[in-house]
Design a protein around this ligand. Structure first.
Ligand code: ZN
Ligand code: ZN
Ligand code: ZN
Length: 164
């Protein structure tokens, strides 16, 4: 044992007192931290709640859906188009109209169909392009071009496969 009985007792008392102060400080810090952490979240939650649920101003974006289609000629197809508005926040839908409209085909890139013909000393190949909306396909032949023939016909390097 170090020192006398009194000194030892005092030392013990001081240690206990220090521990209590320490605990008190920590407790206060913990409570303060807790309040600091919780308070802002509470405020945010309270502010956001009405917007996230039912009460909001609808934010509509126009959209359209093709109900049916048919090709009219090489240039045009006829579409039955449903136009509507849809809220980007809640998905609420409002009808605008259903109308038949004539629109130009929306062709994909032309491709070589694989069909080709050797005539005399020239050759020609067939190309096509397909509308991705109504699937109408427009075919045409290239201008004849000089070709040696006899098994050495000149045709496009590859047949570009049609996208599906
Ligand atoms: Zn809405
Ligand atoms: Zn079309
Ligand atoms: Zn040829």
């Amino acid at each position: 044992m170090r020192g006398g009985l009194n000194a030892a007792g005092c030392e013990k008392g001081m240690v206990i007192l220090m521990k209590k102060i320490e605990i008190g400080k920590r407790l206060t810090m913990i409570i303060c931290t807790f309040i600091l952490l919780i308070a802002p979240f509470g405020a945010i939650a309270a502010a956001e709640k009405p917007e996230m649920s039912t009460a909001h101003t609808h934010s509509y974006a126009e959209s359209e859906m093709i109900l049916s289609f048919s090709a009219l000629d090489k240039e045009w197809h006829k579409l039955r188009v449903r136009k509507y508005k849809v809220c980007t926040l809640c998905g609420d839908t409002q009808e605008i109209s259903i109308n038949d409209e004539n629109r130009r085909h929306a062709f994909r890139d032309p491709y070589y169909t694989g069909a080709n013909q050797h005539v005399g000393s020239s050759h020609k190949v067939q190309y096509a392009k397909k509308c991705w909306v109504c699937e109408f396909t427009d075919y045409w032949w290239s201008d004849p071009y000089p070709c040696p023939g006899n098994g050495n016909c000149i045709v496009p390097y590859s047949i570009k496969s049609e996208e599906k």
